[in-house]
Design a protein around this ligand. Structure first.
Ligand code: C2E
Ligand code: CA
Ligand code: CA
Length: 529
């Protein structure tokens, strides 16, 4: 028989319920969705009244809280949890850490932490097997108070979990100010919509938790899709009906015996001594530096072809121009502006940096769109470095430079060079540049291609004489030309049989002078007669 009790009935039945064990604990196991192993459990309060049957926390907890009775029930839950753990230890069962819930009111009871500790010591449970959950709303009473409670738990060695993270208004500030060890997110705060806004919110929360190197447990996971989504963004720890409902003690013991266990881990390991905490603090010097003193920089995560921009600085936005905002870059799919070819270049650089764990660079063209500037194609030089890594996800720091103007200039030059090539090909022209003071000769591409010359010939003309391009009977004449050039002759011209095949060419020199009239360079050419 089950019937909902009224507030008055809860209050009047409470003493009896505590004494006679009508209030007791169910246990809901937590799993690593990647490995299927159990990582912990949460103790959840149940009240089975002999007359009214099973009662649910959502009905009686607010009443007990208002009547300031919840404290007693919470202490009872701690006692039951320790008793179960003691039973496991005595019977050599494999055991997992169990979380107990702490209510808002417990924060105000300054003996609460010591009470919890007393019970743990009484049952002689290693402190790593008890975790304490507190909710964001506990902080309503003041950050200092909650901070001091967390500190007290930490001093005893307890792991402290932030329950229902993301449900409050100021989650981000809380995370910055409260020194918790684990975050618990509830699927129900995602508006049931992991593909849309909820997905974006949770993704950014997860990113932030990773930066703080906090493990995340996701609660209320009912479907495989939800679990897979969470796994895809790096949250493997799951508590929910998909794996198991809250279980009565006996069933929980069975499950614990049958399943392999593993400990919780933060999903991300930052490389070196990169101080992520400071990095996220808008007031920190690191943020100041990131925002103002480095060039264009972005932080993104990369996992199996998927990029996710986490942060870009002001200079990044300025480098791209186009009147886009930091948010525009974070919200949009980064691949959107790449064509297939450039995506390939970028991806292979990413793979390279992952292999080398060093620094890699690439130039890619991207097409940006903005409301005010329309569409523009921009060339970006990216310098990448890995700053963090999880199993298969990487955090990457990318410095960028807009090199569109340089690229266009280079393209222009190579275009000019290409035109010159065509022209010289048609005219049958061989050309070179001779620097008088250094005796260096720089041949055109045709000289290089047809005569096998390097891009720079030193001690000119000796090498071409030695190779037979200039026949030996003309060698002294040609050496004399170069003496004349050094003395300032403006123009030289003669027909010379070139190469070992002695093909007649008209060879010419024209000299260039500096502002004082000293000869600088001579431009040589050879055209077939
Ligand atoms: P909570 O701490 O966030 O606990 C998780 C709640 O989600 C539990 O509800 C659990 O049964 C439920 N849940 C777990 N998996 C799923 C799922 O896949 N789908 C859905 N829809 N729900 C799921 P429960 O046991 O009814 O507890 C409700 C709340 O009552 C708890 O929320 C907690 O705030 C409070 N509570 C429970 N036990 C205690 C306790 O011992 N002490 C204190 N102070 N509060 C407790
Ligand atoms: Ca909880
Ligand atoms: Ca919760």
């Amino acid at each position: 028989m089950q019937k909902r009790m009224t507030s008055e009935e809860f209050i009047s039945h409470f003493d009896e319920a505590i004494k006679s064990g009508h209030i007791y604990s169910y246990f809901q196991p937590q799993f690593n969705h990647s490995t299927g192993r159990m990582t912990g459990a949460e103790a959840l309060m149940r009240w089975v009244d002999p007359e009214f049957g099973m009662q649910f926390p959502s009905d009686f907890i607010p009443v007990l809280e208002d009547e300031d009775l919840l404290y007693l029930a919470d202490i009872q839950m701690m006692e039951m949890t320790c008793r179960l753990l003691r039973y496991c230890i005595d019977n050599h069962y494999p055991l997992v850490p169990i979380s107990v819930n702490m209510s808002r009111n417990d924060i105000y009871k300054h003996e609460y932490v010591d009470e919890v500790e007393k019970i743990r010591v009484k049952y002689d449970i290693p402190v790593r097997y008890i975790r304490v959950e507190l909710t964001e709303t506990s902080a309503i009473g003041g950050m200092e108070l909650v901070s001091s409670v967390i500190k007290k738990f930490h001093n005893y060695g307890y792991i402290v979990e932030m329950d229902d993270f993301g449900s409050g208004y100021s989650s981000l500030n809380i995370l910055k100010d409260l020194d918790v060890d684990v975050l618990k997110l509830d699927m129900k705060f995602l508006s049931g919509n992991i593909g849309g806004r909820g997905g974006i919110i949770i993704r950014s929360i997860v990113q932030m938790a990773k930066w703080l190197q906090l493990p995340i447990i996701v609660e209320g996971v009912e479907t495989i899709e939800q679990a897979d989504f969470m796994k895809s963004i790096g949250c493997n720890y799951i508590q929910g009906y998909l794996y198991s409902k809250p279980l009565p003690q006996d069933e929980f013991l069975e499950k614990m015996k049958q399943t392999d266990h593993e400990p919780l881990n933060a999903s991300l390991f930052l490389i070196d001594t990169f101080d992520a905490e400071k990095f996220w603090d808008p007031r920190s010097i690191e943020t100041l530096i990131f925002s103002n003193f480095v060039g264009g920089a972005a932080i993104f995560s990369y996992k199996a072809g998927r990029l996710n921009v986490i942060r870009v600085n002001k200079k990044y936005v300025q480098e791209i121009g186009m009147n886009l905002s930091e948010k525009d870059f974070i919200d949009s799919d980064p691949w959107k502006c790449f064509d297939e070819n450039n995506k390939e270049i970028y991806l292979s650089t990413l793979e390279k940096v992952i292999t080398s764990m060093g620094e890699e660079q690439c130039d890619t063209w991207r097409t940006f769109n903005s409301k005010c500037c329309g569409e523009d194609r921009i060339c970006i030089r990216t310098n990448m470095q890995i700053i963090g890594k999880s199993e298969d996800e990487y955090l990457i720091y990318a410095m960028i430079r807009n090199i569109t103007a340089e690229k266009k200039y280079c393209n222009q030059i190579s275009e000019n060079e290409r035109r010159f090539r065509y022209a010289s090909e048609h005219a049958g022209l061989y050309a070179w540049e001779y620097t008088i003071s250094t005796k260096e000769m720089r041949p055109c591409f045709r000289c290089m291609r047809d005569l096998g010359l390097p891009a720079l010939v030193e001690n000119y003309p000796e090498p071409v004489i030695a190779s037979g391009i200039f026949p030996s009977d003309y060698a002294d004449m040609y050496r004399d030309w170069h003496r004349q050039l050094a003395e300032g002759v403006e123009h030289l011209e003669a027909v010379i049989p070139l190469t070992t095949a002695r093909i007649p060419f008209t060879v010419k020199y024209t000299t260039e002078f500096d502002e004082n009239g000293r000869p600088l360079k001579a431009y040589g050419s050879a055209t077939p007669v």
